[in-house]
Design a protein around this ligand. Structure first.
Ligand code: MN
Length: 188
């Protein structure tokens, strides 16, 4: 498997060049400091999921397209093993297995998302039109939307607008495994 930090470094530089931006310009667009963006582009820093989201939102792209190439053989039937692609998100309290990374033609990414015991994060709104789906497979968790924490047990699913503030927490002492889809709006 390739090093996600290196892939992110390359992708960030590519996106920034495509948008014709300096590091200063990219800092304004994403809300991430110029120093941090420089570190990421040099492969010296592997950012938290919150930082990845800011970059994805700033550049109107998906989160998995920053960290994962489209799997080989994507034109054909695709079989993916979460055990082979699962990664601990740095300093973050989640594990992410990008089962089906974002592809523009489909408009979504599909992943196994594990919220480690004690995890809690409030997320800023993502780009307008983003919708999130979560199904709990094992353990339990709560999702904060519309000013309420919604309790989710195995087999329960929630769909909510990712373009409004929202949050995730696992107050139990066991890890919670979920399947999650993030759907992005169509872009011209
Ligand atoms: Mn979110």
């Amino acid at each position: 498997m390739q090093d996600p930090t290196k892939y992110l470094a390359k992708m960030l530089k590519t996106l920034r060049k495509e948008h014709g931006l300096s590091l200063d310009g990219a800092a304004t667009k994403t809300g991430i400091s110029k120093a941090m963006l420089g570190q990421i582009e040099r492969g010296e820093s592997s950012p938290t999921t919150a930082t990845l989201w800011k970059i994805a939102t700033g550049f109107n792209t998906s989160i998995s397209s920053l960290t994962e190439p489209i799997p080989e053989g994507a034109e054909e039937t695709l079989i993916r093993d979460a055990d082979e692609v699962r990664q601990l998100a740095r300093g973050d309290g989640t594990m992410v297995a990008p089962l089906f990374p974002y592809e523009q033609r489909f408009g979504f990414e599909y992943m196994e998302l594990t919220f480690l015991a004690g995890f809690e994060r409030l997320s800023e709104a993502h780009e307008p039109g983003v919708v999130e789906y979560i199904t709990v497979i094992s353990g339990s968790m709560e999702v904060f939307v519309d000013d309420i924490w919604h309790d989710l047990q195995p087999g329960k699913s929630i769909r909510f607008r990712g373009d409004k503030p929202h949050g995730y927490r696992n107050k139990t002492d066991e890890d919670t495994v979920t399947l999650s889809v993030i759907h992005y709006p169509r872009r011209p």
